[in-house]
Write a new protein. Structure first.
Length: 218
């Protein structure tokens, strides 16, 4: 009976190990692409952040586009050469606190909120891509002076160091931050990414870049 117990325990352990996700180690700062457009930006990986947020410019409804039409006009090309030193230029002080960042919306959750949102993302070299996405939910952050910062949350597809990540992303005004994209635990854990806090650009594995034919090279 004792021998059977050992065998059963060993089998359970081996099964659990085989089902464990593969762990990928990346630096705290990495190259990231927003898919499927392939928009390139710098991403800060932070396991201390619960959620993921990206700097976005919210646009009026008249800028809404058909995402399928945009993807049909996309052209798959090779990765542009990246300069790690240029991407990490200057010191990287801590990001400012949230109450110093301008809100996306200065309104109340009692106001009617749109079910879709149109927004613009900009790469470090000035390339702009407009997206129209369904809003998964709205989050309201209380302000000390009263009122709330209301932010839309959308599902996004990212690629970091050859790893595809999918999940919820807050659209925020990160103009006061050092990096436009903050990747938090909600995406890191699902993708099995571990962060080496001593390293930047730990992996140069290519993401499959897709660029619009009308976009200038990065």
């Amino acid at each position: 009976m004792f021998g059977q117990t050992i065998l059963i325990s060993l089998a359970v352990s081996l099964t659990s190990a085989s089902e464990a996700p593969e762990i990928h180690t990346r630096g705290w700062l990495e190259h990231a692409r927003v898919m499927p457009s392939g928009l390139l930006m710098r991403a800060k990986l932070d396991s201390g952040a619960k959620t993921t947020s990206i700097h976005a410019e919210i646009l009026p409804p008249e800028f809404a586009i058909d995402a399928s039409a945009r993807e049909e006009s996309a052209l798959l090309i090779g990765d542009a050469e990246l300069d790690d030193e240029d991407m990490a230029e200057g010191d990287a002080p801590d990001d400012p606190p949230a109450d110093e960042i301008a809100p996306i919306f200065d309104t109340s959750m009692e106001d009617p909120m749109p079910e879709t949102i149109t927004f613009k993302l900009t790469s470090r070299r000035g390339r702009e891509v407009i997206y129209t996405e369904p809003v998964v939910r709205w989050v309201s952050i209380r302000r000390r002076g009263g009122g709330a910062i209301v932010r839309p949350v959308v599902n996004m597809d990212l690629c970091i160091g050859g790893i595809r990540l999918k999940g919820e992303v807050n659209l925020a005004d990160r103009s006061g931050f050092n990096y436009p994209l903050l990747v938090g635990r909600n995406m890191l854990s699902d993708a099995g990414i571990a962060i080496d806090s001593r390293t930047i650009f730990a992996a140069r594995k290519a993401c499959p870049p897709i660029r619009l034919k009308t976009d200038p090279p990065e």
